[in-house]
Structure formats: C-alpha cells, structure tokens
Design a protein around this ligand. Structure first.
Ligand code: FE2
Length: 489
C-alpha cells in the first residue's frame, strides 16, 4: 500500500473519554491518499467498478461546550474499486465554518447541546447555534459529490476524484438544503427539501441533471417541524409532517426542547414531482417519528412507502452514562427509539392510509439497489444497532415481499458503517451486487473496507485502510458510469 499524507490542518481537539469522542467515535486526525490497498481476505471482484463515499463527523477543535456527535466536522472517505484494485482518499469538507475555525484555531460554534448564543455567527441551519458542518449525508449528482447537513445548510460540491471542495451551488435557497436530497439515477435529477423556523416552514425543489434549479415550491406546515428525510416515486415526491418537534411555547422563549405530541397524527405530503402547492395531497397516519425512509413506489391507485417507524421517538435518558449525556445518547440509540421497518399505503383516490409492520428487527439506515429507487422493489438492507450506542453491529437483508430475512453479524468489537448497495457490472437481478462498508475494529484499532455478496449475505473480501476511521452517518455508492454520465442506462 502506497500512502501519501497531506499537509496537516489546524487542530485543537484533545484526547477525550467522552462516548462520542473516543473508541469507535475517535475522530480521524489526518488526510491521506492510499493506492494499491492490501487485500486482507478474499479477492476484490473484477465486476465492482465505482466509488463508495461515506460522510463522517470528525471534530477538529476542542468543543466550546457539551459535544453532540452531529456537531463534528464533515469528512468524506472515498474508496474506489476498479479492475480488482482499490484506492482510498479522505478529506474534510472545506465549509465556511471549517475555514473560519482554521483561521481562529478554535471552535466558534456551541453546537446542538448548547444555547444558540454560543455561536459566533448565525448560519443557515434551523437550530441557530450550529456550524453547518456538512457532516450528515453524501450523494453524487451531476458528476459531483454533494455533502449536506441534517439541520439544513449549504450543500457543498466536491470533486469525486480528488475530494477537493468546489463550493456551494448558486441555486441554494435561503433556507438551505436538508440532508437526504434524493437522486433519481434514471433521470439524473436531485429532489430536495428544507425546513425552517419561519412560514411556510418547508419547501421542496428539483435540480435537473445539468445542475439547474427547475422547480421550488412551499410545502406549508402548521409550524416549525423537524423532518429528516424525504422520498419519491417515479411521478411523486413525498415529505412528512411528524409530530416530534420543538415545543412551540418554549420556542417563543428561544428554548429548543423536542417533544412527542402523541395526539397528533403523522401527516404526509404527496405532490407530483414538478407539481404546484395546490396539487399537494395530504394523508394522515399513526403518530411516530421516522428518521429514514427506505423507498416508495406506485401500485395502482396506491403509493407504497417503506421506512423505519419509531415506537418510542422521545426515549428517557440512558442510565449508567454521564447524566449530561443520557438524553443525547438515548436519542442516538436505535433500541431506545424502537425503530422497525414499516409500510404505509396511501390511496390517491380515496385518501385512505393503511399501515403494517414489515419486520420485527430493531434496524435503521436502510439501503436499496438505487436503480430501484421510486420503483417496485424487493430487497432492503438495514443496519443493526448496538444497544446504547450509535454503532452498527451487522446487516440484515429483508425480502419486503415475503418477509424472509438474512443477517450478517460483524465480529465482537468491530463496527460497520452505512452500507450501500453496489450493483455488479452487468447485473441482471435486483440483488445481484455487493454491500460495501467501512469497519472499525476496537480490538485491533484498525479499519477495513468490507465487501459483502448481497445475494448470499456472505463476506467477499476485506481491504486494509491506511488509518482507523471514526464512525459516522451516511454514504452512497456511485458506479463509474454514473459519476461520468450523471445517469444510468
Ligand atoms: Fe439521516
């Protein structure tokens, strides 16, 4: 393995025992390029051709207050497979906040767990104290990497090869872009939403495959909400008004306290992908919070939506952890949230909603073959969570038509990352491909890239990475064809 280290960036973070700044959440401290990665087991498939991009929170500076892992600075880790070989590169996203803190040499923002007044300036983020760290999500659109932040902000474009930060798009709306913009690989379009503290509280937009904003409409909500994700079918976009949001009475006093309003239904806005506000159809369903949707598609008069229903979206603080972290740690624990795969069916003719549980496993962070996004599909790949910590211990594949499931567990002390589906070159079936993930092994203090056969849920190969990674949030797979052309054939 040939490793090239980049010039160090300015960094003031001290070693910590805090749960989300240590162990598998120890931030990466350097930027490297590595070629000819060592294959530790198996062999890299010749028909794996593309790049796995993962975003992760790698805090650079000593926090100004209590640290929430989602405050951490965004870093993209990219591993590219071609001709049975692999190369790796990681870079921080050079956000405005990153650059300002490089000059200052210290944290200039208080983060999610501190009052907004600790921030040196206001960003586009919904919660006013945030840096807009671009550390939540990553997609590929119009031939570039796009990193986004969960509380809305500036979507940053990066070069897919060098990971150089190229800047933000001129079309970025005033209320920013939420994490989880969706890319339709068949049209090359980017569908996105944002949410804010001011009316109409949500917008939805479409950016075409040439990176021009071609549609942007308000989605009027009754007040400030905290949606995290959206999804789409071939003809519709779907947004949600979830009854878990900042208490409106406390919000008037500039206090941000999340509450579950159990007597309010979950509401869904379904709108034609280029539709006007008066074409929005609203549906109601049981109260819950859903962090991530999995997929949606049209089925006759119905729209089918799959996602992860939380039975307990505002859990009590975790015991046996530092009390000042108990609340935050419960909200990051899939077992406390009781997240399970769930299906909603919306009848576009009658306005009726039907719901059913798909699987009993506590699981989240679902992935599908993206070529089936918005279309009828069969296979879901979800992450299994460690009790009490935001860490992934394995993967479960569900056949959402039959309920059959297959599971792969990582060894003890090893944790995975969100694991996108990489179609095999020349694939014929939906599950004809691989799941790709980064692992963090606490026993060896090493990281690898693990490739799993998605059909059989068995390991294909492991490739050594040049440094130990930090756990993180979202990822994507982009085939070489999709990066180069912006659409798939
Ligand atoms: Fe997310």
């Amino acid at each position: 393995m040939k490793i090239t280290r980049q010039s160090p960036v300015r960094r003031s973070l001290r070693p910590s025992n805090l749960p989300y700044l240590s162990g598998a959440w120890t931030p990466v401290a350097d930027e490297v390029d590595a070629e000819d990665l060592e294959v530790v087991s198996g062999a890299i498939p010749q028909d794996l051709d593309g790049t796995y991009f993962r975003n992760a929170q790698n805090q650079l500076h000593e926090p100004a207050g209590r640290f929430h892992p989602f405050d951490g600075d965004g870093m993209i880790h990219a591993i590219t497979f071609r001709d049975g070989k692999a190369r790796y590169r990681n870079r921080w996203v050079r956000t405005q906040g990153f650059n300002e803190e490089q000059v200052a040499g210290r944290s200039l923002f208080g983060g999610l767990m501190e009052p907004p007044g600790l921030a040196q300036r206001r960003t586009r983020c919904v919660y006013p104290g945030l840096k807009d760290a671009s550390s939540t999500d990553v997609v590929v659109h119009a031939g570039k990497v796009l990193s986004t932040y969960y509380q809305c902000g500036e979507a940053y474009r990066l070069d897919p090869d060098t990971l150089e930060t190229l800047g933000i798009d001129a079309w970025t709306p005033l209320d920013g872009v939420s994490a989880h913009p969706k890319v339709d690989e068949h049209t090359g379009e980017l569908l996105f939403f944002n949410y804010s503290l001011r009316a109409p509280y949500m917008h939805y937009g479409v950016v075409d495959k040439t990176n021009h904003l071609v549609h942007y409409i308000p989605v009027e909500l009754p007040g400030p909400r905290l949606p995290h994700d959206m999804t789409f079918t071939q003809n519709y976009a779907i947004m949600a008004d979830l009854p878990v949001f900042w208490d409106p009475e406390l919000l008037k006093k500039d206090v941000y306290a999340v509450r579950f309003f159990k007597k309010q239904n979950t509401r869904f806005a379904i709108v034609p992908r280029r539709g006007s506000p008066d074409q929005i159809k609203w549906f109601e369903a049981a109260p819950t919070y859903v962090l991530h949707w999995l997929n949606a598609y049209e089925d006759g008069d119905e729209i089918v939506l799959d996602g992860y229903f939380q039975s307990n979206p505002t859990p009590r603080p975790l015991p046996d952890v530092p009390p000042e972290h108990g609340h935050m740690m419960a909200f990051l624990d899939l077992h406390s949230l009781e997240a399970r795969l769930h299906r909603w069916r919306f009848n576009m003719k009658t306005g009726e909603t039907k719901e059913q549980r798909i699987a009993e496993d506590i699981a989240e962070f679902g992935m599908i073959n993206q070529r089936y996004a918005g279309r009828p599909y069969r296979y879901a790949y979800s992450a299994l969570g460690k009790k009490g910590m935001f860490l992934f211990t394995g993967l479960v594949k569900h056949d959402v038509q039959t309920g059959q499931s297959w599971q792969i567990d990582l060894p003890a002390d090893e944790y995975g990352s969100e694991s996108p589906f990489a179609p095999r070159v020349g694939a014929k079936d939906e599950d004809d491909g691989y799941l790709v993930t980064y692992t963090i092994n606490e026993a060896t203090s090493r990281s690898e890239c693990l490739v799993v056969d998605a059909k059989t849920m068995t390991e294909v190969c492991r490739v050594a990475l040049p440094h130990k990674l930090c756990s993180g949030t979202h990822s994507c797979w982009a085939s070489r064809e999709f990066i180069e052309k912006g659409v798939v054939a």
